[in-house]
Ligand binder design. Structure first.
Ligand code: ADP
Length: 255
């Protein structure tokens, strides 16, 4: 059985400051389909801050406010997921992790036992950073880094990042019309991993660089990452279900 981690970013899950319910439903439908195809699926989901903002519009520029919004929004986000998974007769669960979990073997082992147990009972773990005690991802990363750690330490074969961009290009496609998609990447250069990042909405703290850093981490640990659009799930479906690589970028250490 193949274990995969799917990470969905704030851009994909929100629309004009609200949770994009239809896109969330499409994602839940995709996860259900993947499970029937024999995949074990772990979801890493952003969106708590945006969900909190719909109830209490605090200024999102301040980190303490974003922590408060995440605390308000996390249960709302999970409730929305629960309702959608219920349509497909599936149970989901909330797993909140802080980045330092991955710094020592004991908490990693505890968390992995919980994840393995959930998966063995056909429950979908929905992971997010515990933003009240650990603010790394609120400040920078939007769960890109967290999802790479989840994929590695919980022994997934592949991390799928569903983004507002449909692939990795040789330059920013939102700024350059002639940007060309890179279909398969085996190695990333130091300067690509340090390039200036430009998160382009107030809910997002990621950008392409944190995705490349995640890809680099996984490739160095002999794992793969697939970056594809979260707006149109056609490419990820082809890749995972039909095993045809049409759109999207595969980061793989194999040549
Ligand atoms: P998400 O919120 O979906 O996780 P982000 O918006 O944080 O994703 O990051 C993706 C953005 O990174 C794209 O919208 C794009 O403008 C920008 N970007 C910069 N350089 C590149 C590149 N070489 N290839 C793809 N996207 C790039």
């Amino acid at each position: 059985m193949s274990r995969i981690v799917i990470k969905v970013g704030s851009h994909v899950l929100t629309e004009s400051g609200m949770i994009a319910r239809r896109r969330m439903l499409a994602l839940v439908e995709l996860i259900t389909l993947l499970k029937t195809e024999g995949y074990e699926v772990i979801l890493v989901s952003s969106g708590a801050v945006a969900a909190g903002y719909t109830k209490l519009p605090l200024d999102r520029k301040s980190v303490p406010n974003r922590q408060a919004l995440a605390a308000i929004g996390q249960p709302l986000l999970l409730k929305m997921y629960q309702e959608k998974f219920e349509i497909f007769d599936l149970l989901c669960s909330q797993v909140l992790l802080s980045a330092d979990v991955f710094e020592s073997p004991k908490p990693i082992a505890h968390a992995k036992v919980a994840i393995d147990t959930l998966l063995s009972h056909d429950v979908v773990p929905i992971i997010n950073e515990n933003d009240t005690v650990s603010i790394d991802e609120l400040v920078f990363g939007d769960n890109d880094r967290l999802s790479a750690h989840v994929a590695h330490y919980f022994d997934a074969d592949l991390l799928v990042i569903l983004s507002d961009i449909d692939a990795f290009y040789d330059k920013d496609p939102n700024r350059y019309e002639d940007a060309k998609r890179r279909k398969v990447v085996n190695h990333l250069e130091e300067d690509e991993l340090k390039a200036e990042h430009s998160p382009n909405n107030e809910f997002a703290t990621g950008g392409i660089v944190t995705k490349l850093q995640s890809a680099d981490f996984l490739m160095k640990h002999h794992r793969e990452m697939f970056l594809a659009s979260g707006f149109d799930l056609g490419d990820v479906k082809s890749f995972l279900i039909d095993k045809v690589h049409l759109g999207g970028t595969l980061f793989t250490p194999k040549r």
